[in-house]
Design a protein around this ligand. Sequence first.
Ligand code: SF4
Length: 353
Amino acid sequence: MTTLTKTEGEKAPTGPDSFLSVRDLRVRFSTEDGIVKAVDGLSFDVERGKTLGIVGESGSGKSVTNLTVLGLHNPKSSTVEGEILLEGQDLVTASEKEMEKLRGNKVAMIFQDPLTALSPYYTVGRQIAEPYMKHTGASKKEARARAIEMLTKVGIPQPKTRVDDYPHQFSGGMRQRAMIAMALVCDPDLLIADEPTTALDVTVQAQILDLLKDLQQEFGSAIIFITHDLGVISDMADDLLVMYSGRAVERGSVREVLREPKHPYTWGLLSSMPRLGGDTDQALNPIPGSPPSLLNPPSGCPFHPRCAFTDQVSGDRCSTERPALGEGRAAACHLTAEQKQTIFFDTIQPRLR
Ligand code: SF4
């Protein structure tokens, strides 16, 4: 199981199996209107060979977190505090040269839209071969053979000829496979997949997810899988981090979180999801309101303007006191453990059937 152990804000030592350890990460952007707190004190660990799912709506900080791990944030307009320890090396203080060495080699990313990662001007084969030559010192011939091998692994038919095609000659699903081949060509230890199947139809989506799982088995990479879709995550991840307003609001193993979610925001995400085999006439229950402004986040619990359970917490704690995320399996919410259990099983779960 991916270890998600320490409280946010703590500077904890890296666990024995922790490949990536993020501690009290804060990412801020300067804008004309003020400072945007895109990530606000986030901690998590990822073990080698395991998958951590990160879910949340747009603007929850999940993509910014991962772009920061890759060193792809703009240092001119953003400040990064905290620690991102990759096998003990702190990426927050790493130079651009050191990050360049890591990217595509130790750490790679699969984007939602392959066209952002693949250049239209070069053949697919060249784009897979180049990072391989750069990071391993392989010859052109060796790298071409490696590109063909990778295209074979990701299930591209006739890889020996398709290696010379340009991205526009591939279908959407094939481009996604080619991007996975490009990401995995150097056998990275950590793969960050940001909504990798959102743009694909359901059948191709299932094929790509199966492919990622198979390749993880083969390559032993750790995966951070970012999505807004809890349905996809149940099949992909070992552990889950639910993000809201730049922070983690719930974490645990996927099984635990999906079997008995403890945070009202996670209840909202689950209730707004269409269910396979469910009643097609049944209305979905979207979370009311919209995600909070990161310029002026709400006081207290950032979810309080949208939460239906504030009246069950004494006084005005929800709007004045920010709930902390406890250790291990935890949810950042002032409701008592008993209240969370009762509300979930009596009110929320019946709606999910
Ligand atoms: Fe809702 Fe209050 Fe819990 Fe926040 S702390 S999720 S507002 S009940």
